[in-house]
Design a protein around this ligand. Structure first.
Ligand code: S3P
Length: 449
């Protein structure tokens, strides 16, 4: 599908129910509910290209689940109640599903093969396979250290070895995988991470009866974030009853759209403001963005609030270190803000971006240059000399966040932007172009002949 977006707006209005429920929390809620004993009820579940395969995976594991709009009901079986799937579990494009399922199935001790799309098969899996093996999990990846992953059955009478492990890179998917595996270990799991990654797993499992302590330590290499988890005995998790807050990584596109489109003023309600997710707002504040947080409160164990955003003159900034971890999914849209800011923006310490749904340094630089941006690529980031964008024809490369960022660029370019392969936007923000249109953007889609 081609999406053509014209310059101009303004974008005005209130975004509420149109913002999808958070992707990370939706994945966790569905999976953790399956591991609980009893029926969980989850409202505002994100129904999208990346969460549907996870629901099918739960069915394949013998866990009944039902979606009614965005309300999800899951009849949890407990870790020991999961059945070995009859065929390979297809995680589609979702690395979160694959990595978190690997941890949960390791704890359950069942036979399973986990696989996914050609894109997912390129994502690194050695980062979970190696520590899982240290726990005694019988797991194999393909020779290149990628999916498919094969887990072999293990007698549940022999629990896994509790892991004490330092993650080489901060990753909530890796720490969540290892914490889930730790539910099947005989004792306390201790993880150390070099950065403050999103802690939704700790918050949600705490509400289900798991005991955690978290602390920050200083090491010669900088800060370390330490998590200690002790599973309940017997290993029974309480079911969930929760409403998932709005996805800050989806809201990010609307926030930048309002900042760069003259005359815009948006209110976006009920956004998850977990500190592991608010790096983009902090970076934009340092560029002079007019964003205010209102009605800050706690919901489902997460900080939640409303954001008011209005069009702003932005200045270049620098992003590195822990801030990178706190905005890891937001660099495609951040690059659009940087390209339209006055002065230079430098991103460092972000080599992880090369391992996302696409190489988000190389492809972002290439596509932004096609729109007239001045971008220099580094091994671990990029430099953008801000100014104006010309417009033109670009490719999504199947990366949902790249596609949505390029669409937003079209609002403030000199001429229209045409995005090829725009259908991938449905992976994490179904209805994205409809929401932009409702707020005042001029856009149209064309199906291939
Ligand atoms: C996620 C963690 C991040 C993020 C991804 C979702 C999660 O990945 O990029 O979109 O839900 O835990 P990493 O853990 O690989 O940084």
């Amino acid at each position: 599908m081609k999406l053509i977006i014209d310059p101009g707006g303004p974008l005005l209005g209130v975004v509420d129910a149109d913002l999808p429920g958070d992707k990370s929390i939706s994945h966790r809620a569905a999976l953790f509910a399956a591991l609980a004993t009893g029926t969980s009820r989850i409202e505002n579940f994100q129904v999208s290209g990346v969460t549907r395969p996870l629901l099918r995976a739960l069915t394949a594991l013998g866990v009944r689940n039902r979606l009614d709009g965005h309300s999800l009901t899951v009849e949890g079986k407990g870790l020991s109640g999961l059945s070995s799937p009859a065929s390979t579990i297809d995680c589609g494009n979702s690395a979160t599903s694959l990595r978190l399922l690997a941890g949960a199935l390791a704890a359950a001790g069942i036979d399973a093969k986990l696989d996914g799309s050609s894109g997912l098969r390129q994502r690194p899996m050695q980062r979970i396979v190696e520590p899982l093996r240290q726990m005694g999990v019988p797991i194999k990846a393909s020779p290149s250290g990628t999916a498919p992953l094969r887990l072999s059955a293990r007698p549940t009478s022999s629990p896994l070895t509790p892991l004490h492990y330092t993650l080489p890179v901060a990753s909530a998917q890796v720490s969540s995988c290892l914490l889930l595996a730790g539910l099947g270990a005989a004792g306390t799991t201790i993880l150390k991470e070099p950065g403050p990654s999103r802690d939704h797993t700790v918050r949600m499992l705490t509400s289900m009866g798991v005991r955690f302590t978290s602390r920050q330590e200083t090491s010669p290499n900088g800060n370390e974030y330490v998590i200690e988890m002790t599973p309940p005995r017997p290993m029974v998790l309480s079911p969930l009853a929760m409403t998932i807050p709005g996805d800050p990584s989806a809201a990010a596109f609307l926030i930048v759209a309002a900042l760069i489109t003259p005359g815009s003023a948006l209110t976006i309600n009920n956004i998850c403001l977990n500190p592991g997710r608010t790096g983009l707002v902090d970076a934009l504040h340092s560029m002079g963005a007019a964003i205010t947080v209102n009605n800050l409160h706690t919901s489902a164990g997460e900080p939640v609030g409303d954001l008011s955003v209005s069009a702003s003159v932005l200045h270049g900034t620098e992003v590195s270190g822990e801030l990178v971890v706190r905005m890891i999914d937001e660099f495609p849209i951040f690059a659009v803000a940087a390209a339209l800011a006055m002065g230079t923006t430098i991103v460092r310490d972000a080599a992880e971006l090369r391992l996302k749904e696409s190489d988000r340094i190389a492809l972002l630089a290439a596509e932004m240059r096609l729109l007239g941006a001045e971008v220099e690529e580094h091994a671990d980031g990029f430099t953008i000399n801000g100014g104006t964008l010309r417009g033109g024809s670009v490719q999504s490369h199947g990366d949902h966040r790249l596609a949505m960022a390029l669409a937003v660029a079209g609002l403030a370019a000199e001429t229209s932007v045409l995005i090829q392969g725009a259908e991938c936007m449905d992976e994490s923000f179904p209805g994205f172009s409809r929401v932009l249109q409702k707020l005042g953007a001029s856009l149209r889609t064309e199906e291939p002949n």
